[in-house]
Write a protein that binds this ligand. Structure first.
Ligand code: NAD
Ligand code: TYD
Length: 339
């Protein structure tokens, strides 16, 4: 079987490629990635030379390039990770989010129809549901919760989900959608909360917590997300949405304190900074459908996953230091300079 993974030079896509090659020997994996600021070919070093793996640098919005690739590879399955993925960037500049996340998905769906691909899987996010109030811990997102996206990022992801599901209804196209909570693990770009805090702590920089730090996120170790997608590809019902969650909600401030503790850094490094515009209060995800229908549950506890992640950033300093010292710095200055 040939699996086309888009966005595979990014955090979750790369982890998915490693996972797939390990657990599905004999399958061919083709990765297409535009290598934006968030894509890093060095992440894929360990698989680049393997005969069953192919990397293609291309933009998923580029219909001609994608048509050529589909014609060459005739993928059985397409898993669409490629996206602009950072909320703060979407607040600064929404357009690229619509181009990649919506138009890019549209191109892939068209080609999957043209080449009769057996499955298109859209990797989505719990952020499409908007947020939940902090004082209603009884509420959680189910697959039936109405979409109420707050940021340009989540609005673009919600649009892509709707288009994917519309293709099922209109053309009977074989699709599935998964909506996952916040991931963490190796190779996450150090603009997201956990790797940013680890990298800053290791460089003895301040740890910038937005607003009150009371916002709540649900955390899932990246490999558990990869396994959930595998289970959905294998046993999921076509045209269905599956929530994926870690059942581990935490206030941001508690998480940052925990990272200080693990790294032996003083909490005095924490600095409360201006809040994110439209900052979602709480994400709480009910993954009961995936658990009951398909038998998936997280295998890695938060304690274990966080320790492994911290160890990985300690042992792979050059991976993130290259990022921190490069183009990323300008972006960082822009986001945090006057904050
Ligand atoms: P990431 O930003 O680390 O990686 C995105 C990858 O997509 C990069 O390699 C980038 O170069 C590539 N890309 C961007 N635009 C492209 C284009 N036009 N054509 C081809 N490639 C392009 O993101 P991530 O955290 O790995 O997230 C992957 C997917 O999972 C996204 O769709 C995201 O919405 C979703 N998701 C992420 C999380 C999370 O916590 N990170 C949670 C739920 C869902
Ligand atoms: P992030 O990793 O950007 O993921 P998302 O916004 O998609 O959930 O942020 C996670 C939470 O951490 C979110 O509530 C914003 C907060 N945050 C900070 O407090 N400081 C930071 O420097 C960053 C990047 C995020």
């Amino acid at each position: 079987m040939t699996v086309l993974v888009t966005g595979g030079a990014g955090f979750i896509g790369a982890n998915f490629i490693f996972y797939w090659l390990r657990t599905h020997p004999g399958d061919r994996v083709v990765c297409v990635d535009r290598l934006t600021y968030a894509g890093n070919l060095s992440t894929l070093t360990e698989v680049l030379e393997r005969p069953e793996f192919r990397f293609v640098r291309a933009d998923i919005q580029d219909r001609e390039a994608m048509d050529r690739l589909f014609g060459e590879e005739h993928p059985d399955v397409v898993v669409n990770f490629a996206a602009e993925s950072h909320v703060d960037r979407s607040i600064e500049d929404p357009e690229i989010f619509l181009r990649t996340n919506v138009m890019g998905t549209a191109v892939l769906l068209d080609l999957c129809r043209k080449y009769k691909t057996s499955r298109f899987h859209q990797v989505s996010t719990d952020e499409v549901y908007g947020d939940l109030p902090l004082d209603r811990t009884d509420l959680r997102f189910t697959e039936e919760t109405p979409l109420r996206a707050s940021s340009p990022y989540s609005a673009s992801k919600a649009s892509a989900d709707l288009l994917t599901l519309a293709c099922w209804r209109t053309y009977g196209q074989p699709v599935t959608v998964s909506r996952c909570s916040n991931n963490y693990g190796p190779f996450q770009f150090p603009e997201k909360l956990i790797p940013l805090m680890i990298a800053n702590a290791l460089q003895d920089k301040t740890l910038p917590v937005y607003g009150t730090g009371r916002n709540v996120r649900d955390w899932l170790y990246v490999e558990d997300h990869c396994r959930a997608i595998d289970v959905i590809l294998e046993k999921g019902r076509l045209g269905e949405v599956y929530n994926i969650g870690g059942d581990h909600e935490m206030e941001n401030i508690a998480l940052v304190r925990r990272i200080c503790q693990e790294l032996g850094r003083p909490e005095s490094r924490i600095a409360y900074v201006t809040d994110r515009k439209g900052h979602d209060l709480r994400y709480g995800i009910d993954a009961g459908k995936l658990r009951q229908e398909l038998g998936w549950r997280p295998a890695v506890s938060f304690d274990e996953g966080l320790r492994q992640t911290i160890r990985w950033y300690l042992e792979h300093r050059s991976w993130w230091e290259n990022i921190v010292s490069g183009e990323y710095r300008d972006y960082y200055e822009k986001m945090y300079g006057g904050r």
